[in-house]
Design a protein around this ligand. Structure first.
Ligand SMILES: *Cc1c(COP(=O)(O)O)cnc(C)c1O
Length: 410
């Protein structure tokens, strides 16, 4: 399992390389298999196709941030940081939540720095769920959610986001119907990967109402919080933790990776009430203890000026999104609206068939482009197969080349 499938190793249980007959993979990894991300990244490499598959940004990072990391390394910030994270970063995260969302967190025991959002998600699920508990997530969803639930022995219950014209919308009745006495956690992701959806104020209200009514804990993944493009129409990012009665039941997760285009640094954080946070910290201390001292120190400074930086990234990504959507539309691959993040969905059926996996396997030779079948993100069996995810976090040149190639293929 890896971030967006980066590191998925085969866990098929064949004898090759096995130490002996008694060896087999643990049940919790047996179903994970080699992911389609690995396959598509390899296809991009071997064919020279433009890779609009995996969400690895080709975008700049703030030069001062890079210089600050180098300086931190040279000046000796190379040993374990405090288990909960560098105090300066915890303070910067708390200041950020207050400034942007009006939410006060005590940096001493309500903010935890993690090894990326990925560790925060895993530690939250392990810290909050007993075997047999249920976790609700919206389908399609980020691939770390089903894996994290599985590691905790919990059951991921998928509530589909529904196609409505060029958008995906919440079905509040389906959400309500999915809650059982075993439901412990609702996993929310807004802005959303893989659709680029931003949950609307009404949708957030509806989700919050269900969580209050059934006393659920919300784990909200907001790694794209700064990357909402059309502030006027879609509205800026809102966090569910700021709604009435929600702060006390919500763990909010974010990360530096997407905001600052430093996905290899793996510095994330969680904010939440001390009791909930302690459950996450208890697990986290034995997953990695702590990591990334020089990055933490440098990010503590960068986070104070994140708004200015993010405005620039949004402009770049917004332009790429427009280029890609227009190019896909011209090529007959109907794009869905993406209001935020790195990705958008396209309907491939006009190119002859509706099998996204086959489409993505053929696309490098057909058009010199790599994309990811959205089926990799569906939890429910029998989910639609005609959707494909394209990423636009690449350079403008890459996006232009891709749409030119798609335009002359089809
Ligand atoms: C990229 C991504 C993550 C992983 O964040 P890291 O900080 O790199 O671990 C988590 N959630 C979503 C929705 C993502 O797209």
């Amino acid at each position: 399992m890896g971030v967006d499938g980066t590191g998925a190793y085969g866990a098929g249980g064949t004898d090759e390389g096995a130490p002996g007959a008694r060896w087999r993979p643990a049940a919790r990894v047996a179903g994970l298999g080699t992911s389609v991300f690995t396959e598509m990244t390899e296809l991009a490499r071997s064919t020279g196709a433009v890779n609009l598959g995996q969400g690895v940004p080709e975008l700049p990072s703030p030069p001062e941030l890079l210089a600050d990391v180098a300086e931190a390394v040279r000046s000796g910030a190379n040993q374990y940081p405090p288990a909960h994270g560098a105090p300066a970063l915890r303070e910067a995260v708390a200041a950020h939540q207050l400034r942007r969302y009006g939410l006060a967190y005590d940096p001493r025991d309500e903010v935890l720095v993690t090894t990326g959002a990925t560790e925060a998600l895993a530690a939250a699920l392990l810290g909050l769920c007993d075997p047999g508990d249920e976790v609700i997530a919206f389908d399609p969803c980020y691939d770390a959610y089903p894996a994290g639930a599985r590691f905790a022995g919990a059951k991921l219950v998928a509530v589909p986001l529904v196609e409505d014209g060029d958008r995906f919308v919440l079905d509040a009745d389906a959400l309500r119907a999915a809650v059982t006495p075993r439901t412990r956690v609702l996993l929310l992701n807004t802005p959303h990967n893989p659709t680029g959806k931003v949950f609307t104020p009404d949708e957030l209200d509806a989700v919050a109402a269900v969580c209050r009514e059934h006393d659920l804990v919300v784990v909200t993944d907001e790694v794209y919080e700064h990357l909402v493009f059309d502030d006027a129409s879609a509205g800026a990012h809102r966090t569910i933790a700021a709604l009435p009665g929600m702060r006390e039941r919500t763990l909010t997760i974010s990360s530096a990776g997407k905001t600052f285009s430093v996905t290899g640094w793996k510095i994330g954080w969680v904010c939440g009430p001390a009791g909930l946070l302690a459950a996450v910290a208890g697990v986290k201390q034995f997953l990695t203890y702590a990591s990334g001292t020089p990055y933490q120190e440098a990010l503590a400074r960068a986070l104070g000026g994140v708004e200015e930086w993010a405005a620039e990234v949004r402009r770049t990504l917004g332009r790429n999104r427009d280029l890609l959507s227009e190019g896909l539309a011209r090529a007959g691959l109907r794009p869905y609206r993406a209001d935020a993040g790195y990705f958008l969905q396209a309907d491939i059926r006009a190119w002859g068939h509706g099998d996204g996996v086959r489409f993505c396997r053929e696309l490098p030779s057909r058009a010199g482009v790599v994309a990811i079948p959205t089926s990799a993100f569906w939890v429910r069996p029998g989910a639609p197969s005609h959707l494909v995810r394209f990423s636009f976090c690449r350079s403008e040149d890459s996006v232009r080349t891709a749409v030119e190639r798609l335009g002359s293929s089809g």
